[in-house]
Design a protein around this ligand. Sequence first.
Ligand SMILES: [Zn+2]
Length: 408
Amino acid sequence: MRSLARNHCNAGIPWHAVAFAKAAACPVEEASLPAREQQAGSLQDVSGSPRRIRPVADSTRELPLVAAQLRRVIRGDVRFFLFLMLSTQAFAGGLQPYARLILADSPGAARDGVRVTYLGTNGYQFEFKGHALLVDPYFSRVDLLSVALGSRIQPNASRVDDGLRHIAPKADTILVTHGHFDHLLDVPAVMAKTRARLIASASSVDLAKRAGASSGDAVKPGDVRRIGPWKIRVLSATHDRLFGKVPFDRPHSQDRPHSQAGLSAEASAKPEPPQRAADWICGEPLAFLIEVNGERIYIDSGGTATRLPPNARVDLAILGMALPDSRARLAAALAHLQPRYVLPSHQDDFFRPLSAGFQFGPLTDFPFVQRECAQQNRSRLILLDYFKPWTLPKAAGSKSQSPNPRKD
Ligand SMILES: [Zn+2]
């Protein structure tokens, strides 16, 4: 991941994006900065604290200094969002070139199987015999600038209502893979409307409650929950890194040298509702193995090769593919899961409203995903479009019902 900016130098990213990535990710000579700051003007930083910064340089000789100043003002966690913003134009593209991979039920199709509806980002609805289960529902699609600048963010009620029109009025449960805003921000609102119960990590449950959720079942890897027709196994997972670290992985207070570490500190350090993107911390990332109708669905939000999915043959593997880390572990993940169908997830540009249609995110690489799946030559690679349900076909044999003898 540290080589991301370098790699992208060869990948057609606009020069300004590369320059920004370098300013954000690479060491910059900061000698004499303190002295310069003595004469600097004032600028509000993303944490709301006034910072001293020199007016825009009037000579190219001072550009490195300006870059260093910006790097100090802009928190590391938000640099990558700015990078995304600057590079978005180079990568925008829809699903059309991959139309042959897109599956959807034909009108009037039988509804006796497990129906999967893609809600954008890493959001899904699974339905079976009148029951619904949601994962990471996120409809607000906060704009990139608000995230990058550390503005206050909140659910967009009208977009949430639009999204809810596409899903069942009542859901058994909502599973959340981690606490980032693009997974958890809308969950309290969706819980209130669908009367679903939240299943997530302790820190995500804490965030959701502070944001208004009435309850939450804090789970950890190894836990199993049975709700209606669903059997849910909670698995450990990791989160992709960008510029060498997981974005928004801990509360701001823990960036300070003498702060406490650990969940109890997270809970006590920020008792107020999460307000900015950085407040929606990752927490412990989770994956889920959902068993229903004799079929198995594995879902995560991406991850690194340090923690692979279990050796458990599944019918459908939904694998986050937003960033290079998750793509690097794709072949190994497929070898473990041996899915009948593989659905790459979290590939869309989640800063655009859902009504604008699916566009690949700037740091995705679907051609690479295609090549990896072709090499594995076992699973059927599929795509789903927003709000177009698809029913998972039953396996021809009984494979999906027999547990895999291999265990981690
Ligand atoms: Zn995330």
